[in-house]
Ligand binder design. Structure first.
Ligand code: FAD
Length: 421
């Protein structure tokens, strides 16, 4: 009889020993570090982490921002903030399957609490930072990994979103410096970041080589934050930026001039892949909450849990969470083999990344819709997890590339390879 495989597919997709060690430490961190900060925040009348009070312009209350920063600094000290960054830069060196498990755990166990801020996301160290100069590494990357500063990714513009190569912000060379002009819009953490990853045109007409990425320090003359853009998710973090003759030294170029499109895609793909753990973790939380509610709430004298119509809503939620988790783990396992953020990127990667994002976002939207349905009017109540996550789920289908853009990437690969004939 032939020998069986050394490792089953199931084993290869399970959390590694270091992921289990990380999640054990994270559970302790939530109880010992995050819970007291949440209790302190609750006394301040600044709202909650997921429903912060906003000022007249729609910006997050500073007390909520500071509570999130405390969590990030503490997570940085404990080595919990950047498991996705390479070990040589102070991160955990985790692969994508490992990060799926980390992210699923954090979303499942933080719910909508401050624990979500612990892991570097949009405002933390990202794959492009692994390409910065030695000087920028000391000044920005290492403090980011330690949770001491925050960043933002500035790609989208008032006139250009999906069509990245159509952007209008541009930089021109002046000796070894670059002079940056233009505007960015819909930028998460626009108001608070210390340093911005800005994508700009440096070589018009050169297609995917026409863009470059620069690090713009918030203190640089000519840089300004020009307005808030309150959105459906009401987090008070989105805004617009302006660059007027901002002088950027060569040490703030990320990678090489002309690498901007590839670097921007590595940031975008990182955010796309994080949707797997996010949607599975939050989705699992909503399934558990729906089960509890269905046992407690009665209709016609018996619990909702005994009604087949409600049982089916919960079963559909479970099926969608399963779909998001399974697609994410299988896709990210392959990306661990071929490289998720390599420059240049393997030609198989864009389709896999888009499948993970689209499957997760769409499945999670259905989960949230059904979660609201199980809760009836209570699921519509402002400030409940069901109501908030329904809005979050609607949002997820747009940033980091709308669903249509993921479909474009998938079909482009299939048609090029002749599989979709
Ligand atoms: C809450 C929030 C946070 C964000 N954070 C950031 C951030 O931190 N940094 C950043 O740079 N950006 C950020 N964005 C911007 C986001 O990435 C863009 O909104 C997104 O890429 C879509 O671009 P757009 O809004 O300009 O839509 P458009 O590109 O104008 O698209 C409008 C519609 O047309 C469709 N469409 C457009 N082109 C095509 C095409 N070629 N084929 C098929 N359909 C197409 C789209 O799918 C969409 O349905 C954020 C947005 C939001 C809402």
């Amino acid at each position: 009889m032939a020998d069986g495989p050394a490792m089953t597919t199931q084993q290869a997709l399970e959390p590694s020993a270091r992921v289990r060690a990380y999640t054990d430490r994270f559970a302790q961190f939530l109880a010992e570090d995050v819970a007291p900060i949440e209790q302190e925040l609750a006394k301040q009348g600044a709202g909650t982490p997921d429903n912060p009070a906003l000022n007249a312009q729609g910006r997050m209350h500073p007390a909520v921002w500071e509570a999130r920063r405390q969590v990030q600094r503490r997570a940085g000290k404990l080595g919990l903030h950047c498991p996705h960054i390479q070990e040589r830069f102070g991160g955990g060196g985790f692969g994508r399957v490992e990060m799926h498990h980390v992210e699923e755990f954090i979303y499942r166990h933080s719910g909508l609490g401050l624990g979500l801020a612990a892991l570097a996301w949009t405002e933390g160290a990202s794959p492009p930072f692994e390409h910065v100069s030695e000087a920028a590494r000391e000044k920005y990357l290492l403090p980011l990994v330690r949770g001491e500063i925050t960043t933002a990714f500035a790609n989208t513009e008032p006139n250009v979103g999906s069509d990245v190569l159509g952007m209008e912000t541009y930089a021109t060379r002046d000796g070894s410096d670059w002079i940056l002009n233009g505007r960015k819009a819909w930028i998460t953490n626009a108001h608070f970041a210390d340093v911005y990853q800005v994508v700009a045109v440096t070589d018009p007409g050169k297609g995917t080589r026409s863009l470059s990425m620069f690090l713009v320090d918030a203190k640089m003359p000519g840089f300004s934050r020009i307005g808030d853009q309150p959105t459906l998710i009401n987090d008070g973090l989105t805004g617009r930026l302006q660059f007027e003759n901002v002088r950027i030294p060569a040490e703030n170029i990320v990678g090489q001039i002309g690498d901007g499109f590839a670097l921007a895609m590595s940031w975008i793909n990182w955010r796309r892949l994080c949707r797997g753990g996010m949607c599975a973790g939050w989705g699992e939380w909503l399934v558990e909450r729906a089960i509890t509610y269905a046992h407690e709430r009665k209709s016609g004298g018996k619990p909702l849990a005994q009604l087949q119509a409600v049982q089916h809503l919960i079963a559909r939620m479970d099926a969608d969470v399963y779909q998001a988790r399974a697609a994410s783990l299988v896709g990210q396992a392959r990306l661990d083999q071929i490289g998720a953020f390599c420059i240049p990127l393997d030609r198989e990667a864009p389709r896999l990344v888009s499948l993970v994002k689209m499957t997760s976002d769409e499945a999670f939207y259905r989960v949230c819709d059904n979660a609201v349905q199980v809760h009836g009017a209570n699921g519509m109540l402002r400030g409940t997890p069901e109501e908030k996550l329904f809005r979050v789920a609607r949002n997820l289908r747009i940033p980091a590339g709308a669903t249509e853009i993921q479909l474009n990437a998938v079909s482009r690969t299939l048609l090029k390879e002749g599989k979709a004939a």
